[in-house]
Design a protein around this ligand. Sequence first.
Ligand SMILES: Nc1ncnc2c1ncn2[C@@H]1O[C@H](COP(=O)(O)OP(=O)(O)O)[C@@H](O)[C@H]1O
Ligand SMILES: [Mg+2]
Length: 336
Amino acid sequence: MVRFENISITFPDKKNPLKAVDDVSFDIRKGEIFGIVGSSGAGKSTLLRTINLLQRPTSGSVFVNGADITHLKGENLRRLRLKIGMIFQQFNLIRSKTVYENIAFALSVAGKSKDEIKTLVPEALDVVGLSDKAGAYPSNLSGGQKQRVGIARAIANRPEILLCDEPTSALDPETTESVLKLLKDINIKLGITTVIITHEMNVIKRICNRVAVMSGGKVLELDDIFNVFSSPAHEFTRGLINHTINLDLPARLKENDNNEILKIIYKGDKAEEAIISQTVRKFDVNMNILHGKIEYISDKPLGILLVRLEGKAADISRAKEYIRNNTYKIKEIDGN
Ligand SMILES: Nc1ncnc2c1ncn2[C@@H]1O[C@H](COP(=O)(O)OP(=O)(O)O)[C@@H](O)[C@H]1O
Ligand SMILES: [Mg+2]
């Protein structure tokens, strides 16, 4: 659906030119919710804006639906932009226009007729649950309602791609939750390929299918979010994830110098009681749970269990082998 091929973007600067995006290549698939996460200044917005050419790459190519869009101009560029909606952290609504007029204005700029606008605006307001606010002005809406208007405006034209630049960063946690749910519903109902950039791993965890982690203009890793959350490949990613899921062990346990403490990570289709009770039944060992929790990664459960195995060395080693074969991942805690 979207393909970045060796994208670099350099901004001129008096002293040193700044490389905001540094040789980035990856694909975003049709219909998915793709997240780009990273700290402020990582180059996320700059990269995102190449998809609708609000930003042109210094080098490299961007493809949308298989076509190279990098050098589109005039009417072709206008047509590309009709396929792509965008929402922003600060909503960017026109304060002097009502909710209805904000959406109608965007549609008229996109070349829709008065009749089409009369159908499309109520339809979009219905999707975001704001039919009763058509006559309200932005100043009379809550943050969450303003972002819903932003979303209605972005999808009114029935685009194929929705770009979201920090869509929930100005919202409180509860409103964030409801806006993310709305974005997910829209993605499923309307099949819009959605790209979300955020500095919050929690947003990724909540709704994305895949994620690219960016730092210093580069993509450090890219994978299914379940894989990234359960086995982050990069130290930087671990740091981001630790804000939402703590995969590290308490320091006191790290000091343990034998191999009998295990961290077991299992996918939710394997119940933890089953792993524990079967291991204890089959082998002559005791298993004490030190810590256990389940995290939901985009509605898929991920179990994290910290256990201490007690018994004879040979029994412990057979028990470990059994656990290893019956869970997703197992790590022996050896102080690292
Ligand atoms: N138009 C611009 N001119 C000069 N520098 C820019 C411009 N846009 C972004 N930058 C710089 O590029 C880097 C990446 O910015 P940005 O893409 O906005 O990061 P992010 O969205 O990850 O916070 C930052 O150092 C930023 O200051
Ligand atoms: Mg940004």
